[in-house]
Design a protein around this ligand. Structure first.
Ligand SMILES: NC(=O)c1ccc[n+]([C@@H]2O[C@H](COP(=O)([O-])OP(=O)(O)OC[C@H]3O[C@@H](n4cnc5c(N)ncnc54)[C@H](O)[C@@H]3O)[C@@H](O)[C@H]2O)c1
Length: 359
């Protein structure tokens, strides 16, 4: 029988309540024992809904970390605090899941990687799109070599008008950027994972503040406040990897386009291609004829991990606890998440200087 792990949540807002807590609650080897938020009633509410009987509530994460009985900490705060909280938790002997992006800056992400190595504790990042059925199938296809050498890929994170207006998403200081660091990060993580290539060579990027200053703009979550919209509304990047492969990354919260696609990638290899736009489709050439096939994502459940049919979030949490329990690498390693942060930062830097960034 596996251990019962005592888990703490720091930051009891949208993603904690939407993903971490409901999925952790389903695991029978988890007890949710500590809840922290600078807004106390958010921690209170989460503790009342998901907490163990003896669950404690904190407004200061440093106090929470002094509880030696806590095994695992989930960091669900805005981007600028991921690194400090995660590093303090690792130093306090806890395993850590940090929400995405790993950190606001690449240097913070690097500090996190180093802290995990130094402490010997596990660290992962909430790239939950890797756990979708289509992502798992595509990963399996890529790993089998069916697509050959993948030398061109597109990472899609395009919204037409869906600017997050709650929390601090529009605040450059707190988040480090807009759609690129918020949703471009998912698409890029997915693409690098499919390519299994974490060696970027050169990055060129552009970012725009073209629609952010509109008053009363149409938006999925209601009009935004232009005065608070300090981050970009769209950003684009071209990444050339050491092995010559090209990745084009496109991200927007607001863009005049009908080509809306989020947390998806398109791959082109020497033996075949793949896209995730309408289901998962594989294309190629056989007997001098072109073919396109659609992968049946329902048949036989999801194959990549262990065949269980469960939500992406449930699978993400179950695999994380499994990695701790079996002392293996988590699906999302800190080293991989660091490269995502490095590339995103290079796109921002290039968009400011107009120059390519060599990594
Ligand atoms: N994986 C995903 O798809 C996904 C989706 C949404 C958000 N996120 C990430 O999750 C993080 C939080 O986003 P959210 O939508 O939950 O935001 P949110 O604003 O809804 O929640 C953040 C919470 O953290 C609290 N907080 C801030 N600083 C704190 C601190 N120092 N100590 C304790 N609590 C603190 C806030 O009071 C708030 O309740 C962000 O990094 C975001 O990128 C990931």
């Amino acid at each position: 029988m596996s251990n019962i792990y005592r888990v703490a949540i720091i930051g009891c807002g949208g993603i904690a309540n939407g993903k971490h807590l409901p999925s952790l609650k389903k695991l029978n080897n988890v007890s949710l024992v500590a809840f922290c938020d600078i807004v106390e009633e958010r921690a209170d509410q989460a503790a009342a809904k998901y907490g163990a009987e003896d669950a404690k509530v904190y407004t200061n994460y440093k106090e929470l970390l002094t509880d030696e009985s806590i095994d695992i900490v989930h960091v669900c705060t805005p981007n600028d605090s991921h690194a400090d909280i995660a590093i303090a938790a690792l130093e306090a002997g806890k395993h850590v899941m940090s929400e995405k992006p790993m950190a606001k800056t690449a240097s913070d992400a690097k500090r996190m990687v180093e802290a995990a190595r130094r402490t010997g504790k596990k660290l992962t990042v909430g790239y939950n799109n890797r756990f979708r059925p289509d992502s798992q199938h595509l990963k399996k296809i890529c790993a089998s070599g069916e697509l050959g050498e993948i030398y061109y890929a597109k990472a899609h994170a395009i919204r037409r008008r869906a600017v997050p207006t709650w929390g601090v998403f529009l605040d450059e200081e707190k988040q480090g950027g807009g759609p690129l660091i918020d949703i471009g990060t998912h698409a890029l993580d997915l693409t690098l994972w499919m390519l299994d290539n974490y060696k970027p060579k050169v990055v060129l990027g552009t970012s725009y503040h073209k629609l952010s200053q509109r008053e009363n703009a149409a938006n999925a979550w209601g009009p935004w406040d232009p005065a608070k919209f300090t981050v970009e509304d769209s950003a684009f990047g071209m990444i050339v990897m050491e092995n010559g492969a090209t990745i084009v990354l496109e991200s927007s919260w607001a863009l005049n386009t009908l080509e809306v696609d989020e947390a998806k990638c398109t791959l082109s290899g020497t033996e075949g291609g793949a896209d995730m736009k309408n289901g998962l489709r594989i294309n190629g050439e056989q007997h001098s004829r072109l073919y396109t096939t659609e992968v049946d994502l329902k048949a036989g459940g999801v194959a990549f991990y262990d065949g269980k049919t469960e939500s992406d979030a449930d699978l993400e949490m179950r695999m994380w606890l499994k990695a701790i329990d079996e002392d293996t690498d988590p699906v999302v390693t800190p080293e991989q998440a660091y490269v995502v942060s490095q590339i995103l930062e290079a796109i921002y830097e290039s968009s400011k200087t107009g120059k390519a960034v060599y990594l």
